[in-house]
Structure formats: structure tokens, C-alpha cells
Design a protein around this ligand. Structure first.
Ligand SMILES: Cc1cc2nc3c(=O)[nH]c(=O)nc-3n(C[C@H](O)[C@H](O)[C@H](O)COP(=O)(O)OP(=O)(O)OC[C@H]3O[C@@H](n4cnc5c(N)ncnc54)[C@H](O)[C@@H]3O)c2cc1C
Length: 479
């Protein structure tokens, strides 16, 4: 083992190989301050060093877990004391921006927010955005095929990536830094690695697709009396705002109620009364100030006239817009329940309400008081469902961290299994997915069968075996 560490130090320098005590000084996860665990943490500075590190690890049959910003939500970044963490924290360069082809080439450790800022400075725009933007990295986004707030318009991470550089488990550098939108020369290998959660290779660089800037922004929050109004409004808004529609985020009543409760979060106002069936944040972005605003207001007025929405507030300033989005981003308020079970699922929009009703009524048989928070990027089929079986156990403290699954007691573990079954089983028959955007990691591995056939899982395992025959990259994760 000391030989391996010495060889790694020779590649990256001894200051960039942290020992277990140094690793333990880091928080395990964005939401988990307990100590990180690993045999060592290695910090290469470029693709060449990553390649050399993986070659040495391969020779020693040493398992490796790759880390970006450690904000993943399915334990994909989880490591044990026998594994080495490969952190891309020193690989944060923005290498170039090409305004003609609208691309940005970055190292994979670059933080998402840094990419946004650089794109804006160049008068351009990067189409992926999510709540963890200040910490998550482009490599992590690529490896999880992250979704987020603008998928409706720009697609998931897969749609933002033109080229990729990946290092395979044996240290081979696969450089596919394509800059073009069209390139059908053989298999599109980058697609294999996007969404593979660090199990097939380590992403080291990427060519990102940039879009024209959309300087105008019109935002509203609307209230609905029933789910039929939600789907009718989505249809109306999609037709009228067309390609300008940037977000359609739904918040069912329980979530809105909590997020705007002054006793819990004094700083977030409720722009609309909190007794509606559900709410949506609707946002359009474009390039023509006068006509974009007019179109947006007309679309809202038509929705009210046609009784598609019960009430609406349109943001008149950037601070009002921020207030509206704050309601959606107050997700951490739900996390103060003890215990809490968190899901990220997708299903056809027309089945969403009956699905939620079924889940709620099944859970109420065991927990009459259960709260099922539901919110998410409805227009791209995604629902975040958070279940608090015992809402009385709410700790109203901003420092309160969600209870880790690993720390569940025996009773809570049984409840968790029960909730998993209630949430996942109906998805199989509806053609839904147990993971809309967070991936599978370790947390959902045993439930993959609800969304993938045995044949699909076998092909996944075959791919893993051919690219990583010794099972060294993120072993045991995904499939
Ligand atoms: C507040 C909050 C909001 C979030 N909102 C969303 C959301 O709206 N949509 C969404 O999709 N996700 C969301 N997430 C989840 C998370 O931010 C994403 O999964 C993100 O893409 C992870 O990036 P990361 O750099 O933190 O990766 P990490 O957490 O470090 O790693 C995630 C996985 O990718 C692998 N990995 C990381 N970097 C590389 C690399 N360079 N090469 C190969 N494998 C790698 C890891 O091994 C691990 O399996 C949210 C998380 C938080 C905490």
C-alpha cells in the first residue's frame, strides 16, 4: 500500500495525496457534515495526471471513487476506507470560449456557477441550471446527466455536451473534444459516459454548447384549483410562449404551505394565498424586451379569462422574481422532518395526480398524518416527492440536517423500505422511472429493476465489464 501511495505522490506531488486523517477533516457530503472516509484522496491537475493515477491504480487493482462537488443525491460519491478518492478540485480551468461556434471548453472540475458567469461575460448562456450550482461541477453534471430548472427548453446535460475527454480505468485517454452540432462519424462514444456516474471512466474535459443570451425574463407564480387546470395551463403556455418558455415548476399545496410559512421561514412571503390546490412558477426568457413582456402578460390574462388558473402574480422586479424562486428553492425546509424519505421520479404527466393520490392513500393506512410533499419540473415529467411519515417530528432549526439513511434506526429502516415499495412499484406499471435526474448510485441500485428490464441491466453490466474489467471505477454502483 505504501508503494501505491509513493507512486501516486510521485505523479501529483505529496501535497496532493491526502491521508485518511486529512480526508476525515472534510465533510462527507453537501448535506452531511460527518467525516469523509477513504484510503487517500488524490488531486491531479490535468488529464495526463489523471491518466497516470488511474494506470497506477489499475496495476495495483485499487478501487477509485471520483469526486466533483460532492452534491450528488444517490450516494454515487460514497467511498469506504479501502477506496481512493480521485478529486477534480484542482481541475477548474475554463480553457477557451469560442463565440463563433458558441462553445466553451472546460476542465471537468469547473463549478457550474463559474461556467454561467463566464458564458454571461461572453454575451452567451449555458443551458443547465440547478440549486447546487455554486458547488456542483461540470464533471459531476455530466456523470449524472443532471437535469434541473431549464430542461424544458434546453434539455438535460446530455444536450449541452458537444465533446468529451475521458480517462478509462486502465489510464487510456479517450479524447473526443468535438465542437460541432453535427457529427455522425461512427458511434457517439461520449453518450456512453454521460450519465454513467463515474463507473465507466473519469471525465476530465468537456466542450459545452452555449446558446444566445436571453436578456429578457418574465416570471409569474400562478395558483390552480385542480390538476386539470395544471395540464391545461401547461398546454396553453407552451403554445403561446413557445420556445421562450424556460420553466414550469409545480409546487403542490403542502410544499407551498411549508415554504411560505412565516413561523418557519420568516423571510419568504406568500405572494398568493396558501389554500390553493397547487401552484406553478412560470418563466419565459427571450431577447425582445417589449414584445416578450407583452406576450407573457397576454398569456397570463388569457389563462385567467379561460379559467385555467385561479390567481396569478407577475414579478415586477428582479427582487420579486427572486422571492418567487425562493419559494421553490426552500427545499431545505422539508429536510427538517425526522425521518424523511426523498424521491426523484418521473412519469407521464397525465398520470401524476392519480399516482400521487394512490401513494398518499397507501401511506395514510400506516401513517394517518403523513405529509407527501410534491414539487418539481412537471413539464419534463419530473416530480420530487418527499415523504414525512410523522410530521409532528419537525425540528424547526436552520442547522438541522436531514437524517441520513445510514443512521436510521430499525423502525425507520422498515418504514423506508415500505415507502420505497409504495413509491416505486406503481411507477413500473405507468412506464415511469425511479430516477428522473439524480441517477442510481448505491441508493437506488436494488430498485433499478422497476425501471429497466433484465436485458437492459445485463447490457449495462456487459458495458461495465468491457470498459472496466477489474471493476475499479466506482465499484458496486449503478448496476
Ligand atoms: C441543493 C441541491 C439541488 C440539486 N438540484 C438538482 C437538480 O435540480 N437536478 C439534478 O439533476 N441534480 C440536482 N442535484 C444533485 C447534484 O447537484 C447533481 O447530481 C450534480 O450533477 C452532481 O455534481 P457534483 O460535481 O457535485 O458530483 P459529485 O456529487 O461529486 O458526484 C456525483 C457522481 O458523479 C461522479 N463523478 C463526479 N465527477 C466525475 C467526473 N469528473 N468523472 C466521472 N465521474 C464523476 C461521482 O463518482 C458520483 O457518482 C442537487 C443537489 C443539491 C445538493
Amino acid at each position: 500500500m505504501t508503494e501505491l501511495i509513493t507512486q501516486l505522490e510521485a505523479i501529483v506531488g505529496s501535497a496532493n495525496v491526502l491521508n485518511p486523517e486529512q480526508v476525515a477533516q472534510r465533510a462527507k457530503h453537501f448535506w452531511d457534515p460527518s467525516p469523509m472516509v477513504a484510503l487517500a484522496l488524490v488531486r491531479p491537475v490535468d488529464t495526463n495526471e489523471v491518466s497516470q493515477v488511474l494506470k497506477i491504480c489499475s496495476e495495483h487493482k485499487q478501487p477509485v471513487v471520483t469526486h466533483g462537488g460532492v452534491t450528488g443525491l444517490v450516494d454515487g460519491e460514497k467511498s469506504n476506507h479501502k477506496e481512493i478518492i480521485l478529486s477534480l478540485e484542482r481541475m477548474q480551468s475554463i480553457e477557451s470560449i469560442d463565440p463563433v461556434n458558441r462553445t466553451m471548453t472546460v476542465q471537468a472540475g469547473c463549478v457550474l456557477q463559474t461556467v454561467h458567469e463566464a458564458a454571461t461575460d461572453a454575451g452567451l448562456f449555458y443551458g443547465l441550471d440547478l440549486g447546487a450550482r455554486g458547488s456542483c461541477t461540470i464533471g459531476g453534471n455530466i456523470s449524472t446527466n443532471a437535469g434541473g430548472l431549464s430542461v424544458l427548453r434546453y434539455g438535460m446535460t446530455r444536450e449541452q455536451i458537444l465533446g468529451l475527454e475521458v480517462v478509462l480505468a486502465d489510464g487510456t485517454i479517450l479524447s473526443s473534444l468535438n465542437k460541432m452540432i453535427k457529427n455522425n462519424a461512427g458511434y457517439d462514444l461520449k453518450q456512453l459516459f454521460i450519465g454513467s456516474e463515474g463507473t465507466l471512466g473519469v471525465v476530465t474535459r468537456a466542450v459545452l454548447r452555449l446558446r444566445p443570451d436571453t436578456p429578457t425574463c418574465n416570471t409569474a407564480i400562478v395558483a390552480f384549483d385542480n390538476f386539470d387546470q395544471v395540464t391545461a395551463t401547461l398546454d396553453h403556455i407552451t403554445r403561446t410562449l413557445n420556445t421562450n418558455l424556460n420553466a414550469f415548476e409545480i409546487l403542490w399545496n403542502d410544499f407551498y404551505h411549508l415554504s411560505t410559512n412565516p413561523d418557519i421561514n420568516g423571510s419568504t412571503r406568500a405572494p398568493l394565498a396558501n389554500d390553493s390546490f397547487a401552484y406553478a412558477i412560470i418563466e419565459a426568457r427571450g431577447a425582445n424586451e417589449a414584445s416578450d413582456q407583452q406576450l407573457f402578460i397576454q398569456a397570463m390574462e388569457a389563462a385567467i379569462e379561460n379559467a385555467l388558473i385561479a390567481d396569478a402574480v407577475i414579478a415586477k422586479s428582479e427582487s420579486e422574481r427572486a422571492e418567487i424562486w425562493n419559494i421553490r428553492e426552500n427545499v431545505d425546509l422539508t429536510l427538517r422532518h425526522q425521518p424523511l424519505f426523498i424521491y426523484d421520479i418521473s412519469l407521464p404527466i397525465n398520470h401524476m395526480q392519480t399516482y400521487l393520490d394512490e401513494v398518499r392513500s397507501t401511506l395514510q393506512k400506516d401513517w394517518p398524518e403523513v405529509i407527501v410533499y410534491a414539487y418539481g419540473h412537471l413539464a419534463d415529467n419530473n416530480l420530487h416527492v418527499t415523504i414525512a411519515p410523522q410530521p409532528k417530528n419537525y425540528i424547526n432549526d436552520p442547522q438541522q440536517q436531514p437524517v441520513k439513511i445510514q443512521a436510521f434506526n430499525d423502525t425507520q429502516r422498515v418504514w423506508y423500505e415500505q415507502c420505497n415499495k409504495t413509491v416505486f412499484e406503481p411507477l413500473a406499471k405507468l412506464g415511469g422511472s425511479i430516477s428522473a435526474e439524480h441517477g442510481i448510485g448505491l441508493l437506488k441500485k436494488q430498485y433499478l429493476k422497476y425501471s429497466r428490464t433484465p436485458e437492459e441491466i445485463r447490457v449495462m453490466q456487459l458495458l461495465k465489464k468491457s470498459l472496466d474489467p477489474h471493476n475499479l471505477l466506482n465499484p458496486g454502483k449503478v448496476c
